[in-house]
Design a protein around this ligand. Structure first.
Ligand code: SF4
Length: 434
């Protein structure tokens, strides 16, 4: 396994020196270093472990790792995308660890996983994990690792039983799952004994200090980016949207206690800043944040914003992005058809979209990318034609603004109102129209 380019990393936290009897943990990401190190969730969990003297943590990616311990006590994975699951199985094989939890013995590490994909729907992958962490890591991680450290010399069976009592920890082997049929849904999930909790409560962090980068590196997918989480979840609740439903309630980082101190720390080591969250511009003090970033000392800061709700594209936002070296803005409109937007609960008028394009151009941006979907429940071919008509209307309203439309097929997500709709078989064909 290739070594990681650690000499290029600037750490924004103080790692602890591990004790001699520290728990040997490998924390993995099932993709390349450049992808994994750009995941804010991965960075934060890794730093949480690295700050503890009772844990010795090494990082593992598909193309490199830190030196791995001769015996691994615990192996963890952070999962952000379903498509990474295949890589996870390959990584287990590379480490000579059985891929099925039921084939592991005392000689193997305990395998845990966490992240949005597993929290949303752990069951399809439950056979591979000894433990799945459900929900926000802020409280869950320390509770989980405190228990693991305490159980270091316990048997695998004892450890799993004890871990099952930690709120938010799902131990699949301690639950029996029955299905409606070979292709049907889950009928029931029941603990195998009465000492195991009947339900596992997803953990929800309710503080107003959200996450920020713990490492900056030129090898990140967005070179040298420092990321801060501005909001978590989204209050709009579009009926297909996992980013909203999975992480409700909508939480915002405190400007004074979270965002500004984090940004100051990050901009001391880099001039590239990413504002993250499902609906960043809906932070109640977003205007104040823009004013802060528009101070002359931040003139050389390159600013990226993860997601912008269409009706919050003001001339001021566009000017701020232009001033900070961003030429393009991305908005998700889902469809050019008002009818489809109503079906998905996207509270957005066609006039709002036009205004966003006009404001983007007026603020000096040169491009606007729009995202949409084909195959939404209730959609007809006429709706797709309205998307084409909308693009033509925008071209006229904001001449010179480079417009692109990215379109994917609707994929139902667990926990959303559209979770049982299935994938429209026509969707691929309709993509051609869109
Ligand atoms: S506005 Fe965007 S982030 Fe918010 S619920 Fe709708 S699609 Fe999700």
């Amino acid at each position: 396994m290739a070594p990681l380019p650690l000499h290029d990393e600037t750490l924004l936290f103080e790692p602890a020196a591990a004790n001699d009897d520290a728990l040997a943990v490998v924390f993995a990401f099932p993709n390349q270093y450049t992808v994994g190190i750009t995941s804010l969730g991965y960075q934060v969990v890794w730093a949480t472990l690295a700050r503890r003297a009772d844990i010795s943590v090494s990082r593992l990616f598909t193309d490199g790792s830190e030196p791995l311990p001769p015996t691994i006590d615990v192996l963890g994975f952070s999962l952000s995308w379903e498509l990474d699951y295949a890589n996870l199985l390959t990584q287990l094989e590379t480490l000579d660890i059985p891929i099925f939890a039921s084939d592991r013995t005392e000689a193997h590490p305990l395998l845990f996983g966490g992240g949005p994909v597993l929290t949303a729907n752990p069951e399809p992958f439950a056979d591979f994990f000894d433990v799945i962490l459900l929900g926000d890591g802020e409280t869950l991680l320390d509770d989980f690792f405190d228990a693991l450290v305490e159980l270091k010399s316990a048997s695998r069976t004892q450890t799993l039983r004890r871990l099952a009592a930690v709120p938010g920890v799902y131990v699949p082997s301690l639950y029996s799952v029955t299905y409606e049929g070979p292709t049907g849904g889950v009928r029931a999930i029941a603990p195998v004994t009465s000492e195991i909790p009947a339900t596992v409560q997803k953990q929800t962090y309710r503080g107003n200090v959200l996450s920020a980068s713990t490492v900056v590196t030129p090898h990140a997918a967005w070179e040298n980016i420092f990321m801060v989480e501005v909001v978590r979840s989204c209050p709009e609740m579009c009926r297909f949207c996992l980013a909203s439903y999975l992480t409700l309630p909508f939480r915002t980082a405190s400007l004074e206690d979270s965002l500004l101190p984090a940004i100051e720390q990050g901009l001391a080591v880099t001039n590239r800043l990413g504002l993250l969250g499902a609906s960043v511009t809906q932070h109640p003090e977003f205007e104040t944040l823009l004013d802060y970033l528009n101070q002359p000392q931040f003139d050389d800061v390159r600013l990226s914003i993860a997601s912008v709700r269409t009706n919050t594209v003001t001339p001021k936002l566009a000017e701020t992005l232009t001033r900070h070296d961003t030429r393009s803005i991305t908005i998700a409109i889902e469809s050019g058809s008002e009818r489809v937007r109503q079906i998905v609960n996207k509270k957005l008028e066609t006039d709002d979209i036009e205004r966003a394009a006009v404001n983007a151009k007026a603020g000096g941006l040169s491009a606007m990318k729009l995202y949409g979907m084909a195959g939404v429940p209730g959609e007809t071919m006429a709706d797709l034609e309205q998307t084409v008509a909308l693009m033509l209307r925008l071209k006229k309203a904001a001449p010179g603004l480079r417009l692109t439309f990215g379109c994917s097929t609707f994929v139902p997500k667990a926990h959303t109102p559209f979770q049982w709709y299935g994938v429209n078989k026509e969707a691929e064909k309709r993509l051609g129209v869109a």
